[in-house]
Design a protein around this ligand. Structure first.
Ligand SMILES: [Zn+2]
Length: 413
């Protein structure tokens, strides 16, 4: 064996970047050494000769690989799903939490065809609805699909990748069955002892009906929605019960998506110190076309709302990991998996960003993904699949981002 102390001691050295690792309180110029797929060292200066390959990260931001806490990556089987790896390679996301694309009946396929083969990490929240999100709406309309016993069995057989329960609770998902699905989702989450992610938007049911089912440690996604489930009250003060739950540990997650991020709500809440705990995309066939686009764009919106880069990165790394108890991810700690994201930060540009209602804000900062490493290997850029023929944006968004037809490249002629 060759001398293992210096020459070739490390596989890869990411040298000279501005490392931001909130989990370990690191924010400065450091070298990051990788060996055997793990973080081997993070130090101000590591000998260039100690690594077989050196990546010069001068002028770049180096962070733990991003964890996107609200995604839809069950391509080909659901209305919403995108393919994870090509987007991972161009956005810095190394871990996807697919939230409820699969219910009990489609979970075996999710495991076999998505979570297993993907190079980026894929975990899931199981949809209480046993049909999951194969269609855009109505997954709870038939109460027979709220099968708590069946869902519990699926969780028990897949605890390595199922990290919680998902229920979409709004007028389009429940259609006439009221709060019943959320009651059953609560029962399921309590039985299996995992967090419940509740999606809010437009009632019925009302927030007054929803709130009693939320617990500390649960995740409230679409927390900055502009819908009538908004947590900013009519008096422009956060709803008291939500504030109490948040103080006790309810996780507020952005889940931007096509319809769930509103600037007035964000500014109103952040102005009174209510920060999101996690910044996630709710990426899917529609949202990927804009105004959400991707994780770096979503993070950039919060930079331009005045959050520090470190606070923004924390909400897409260590805080996202904590929410689903993934202790090994979202950190550049020595010995942890070498999932790393590199970015270029533009700080004096002129950019415009839009919320779901197409309210516009201008900003000077933009985070641009440059490299994504998973398990110590950089992901190559990969071609992305064409969007599905039904994947048109809502009209008010398509009016800005182009004709809906432009987003249907594989439409039948
Ligand atoms: Zn979603």
């Amino acid at each position: 064996m060759a001398d293992s102390t210096t020459q070739g001691q490390f596989d890869t050295l990411i040298a000279g970047g501005h490392v931001i690792d909130p989990a370990n309180g690191v924010d400065g110029t450091f070298d990051v050494a990788v060996k055997d797929g793990k973080i081997a060292a993070v130090q101000p200066q590591i000998d260039r000769k100690s690594a077989r390959s050196v990546f010069n990260a001068d002028g770049q931001i180096v962070t733990p690989g991003l964890i996107d806490l609200h995604t839809h990556v069950y391509w080909g089987v659901t209305y919403w799903g995108i393919e994870p790896d090509p987007v991972a390679a161009r956005s810095g996301v190394t871990t996807w939490l697919d939230v409820g694309s699969a219910g009990a009946y489609s979970f075996p396929g999710f495991r076999e065809f998505i979570a297993g083969p993907s190079r980026s990490r894929v975990f899931a929240l199981l949809n209480l609805s046993s049909i999951g999100l194969i269609a855009p709406t109505w997954e709870f309309n038939n109460p027979d699909y709220c099968d708590v016993d069946l869902a519990e069995k699926i969780v028990e057989a897949n605890r390595d990748i199922i990290l919680g329960i998902k229920a979409r609770i709004d007028r389009n998902t429940t259609r006439g069955v009221g709060i019943y699905p959320l009651e059953r989702a609560r029962e399921l989450a309590d039985r299996v002892g995992l967090p419940l992610m509740t999606h809010i938007g437009y009632g019925p049911p009302t927030m007054e009906e929803i709130i009693p089912h939320l617990r500390p440690g649960d995740i409230l996604t679409h927390c900055f929605t502009g819908g009538d489930h908004r947590i900013l009250g009519k008096d422009n003060v956060v709803i008291e019960d939500i504030k109490k739950l948040h103080d006790a540990g309810l996780i507020l997650d952005i889940g931007h998506g096509t319809g769930s991020f509103n600037y007035e709500v964000a500014e109103g809440l952040m102005g009174q110190g209510i920060m999101p705990d996690v910044i996630s995309t709710d990426i899917h066939q529609m949202a990927i076309q804009g105004p959400m686009f991707d994780m770096p764009t979503t993070l950039s919106k919060f930079l331009n709302l005045g959050m520090s880069l470190s606070d923004v990165i924390e909400r897409a790394t260590s805080k996202a990991a904590q929410a689903i108890n993934l202790d090994d991810l979202g950190t550049l700690g020595v010995g942890k998996p070498a999932d790393i994201a590199l970015f270029h930060l533009e700080e004096d540009g002129e950019y415009s960003f839009h919320d779901s209602q197409m309210n516009e804000r201008n900003g000077t900062k933009r985070l641009i993904s440059t490299k994504t490493m998973v398990d110590g290997a950089f992901l190559p850029q990969m071609p992305e699949r064409e969007l599905h023929i039904w994947a048109g944006l809502p009209e008010h968004q398509a009016a800005v981002f182009g004709s809906p037809d432009n987003f249907r490249p594989n439409r039948p002629s």
